[in-house]
Ligand binder design. Structure first.
Ligand code: ZN
Length: 132
């Protein structure tokens, strides 16, 4: 069972990976629940709201709520994707390595952000590329 993860980043032993995996799985569950709740909220808003939104007519107040829910769903989906990808890397045995430069991601960083796919240096670079 442990042979699977021997290629994970140095310093990541089975116990650490197992505890991070637990964190990821519980986050996954929370996000799935939240996603479901948000979808229900969105569905509860009459389709009129979205029609109004699409048509760009009045009803800005309502479509702002709509936008907010959609943004939250998108945010959750992105996080779900990251978490799923981290779990995939765990089963592949590449967990804890930066997907950009291949360096080990520090355990301290993984403890805070178990789904991290980049080391701090690469994350910084990536964030600077996306200037809003
Ligand atoms: Zn890196």
């Amino acid at each position: 069972m442990s042979t699977n993860i021997t290629n994970n980043a140095k310093g990541l032993n089975d116990a650490v990976v197992a505890s991070l995996k637990e964190k990821l799985e519980s986050k996954l569950k929370d996000l799935a629940q939240q996603d479901h709740a948000l979808r229900e909220r969105l569905a509860a808003e009459d389709s009129f709201v979205r029609n109004t939104y699409v048509a760009g007519q009045d009803g800005a107040a309502i479509s702002e709520v709509d936008d907010e829910v959609i943004a939250m769903i998108q945010h959750d989906r992105a996080e779900l994707r990251d978490i799923q990808a981290a779990l995939d890397r765990m089963s592949e045995g590449s967990y804890g390595q930066c997907t950009e430069c291949g360096e080990d991601i520090s355990i301290a960083r993984l403890e805070v952000l178990p789904e991290a796919s980049h080391c701090v240096a690469c994350q910084d670079k990536a964030e600077h590329r996306h200037v809003h």
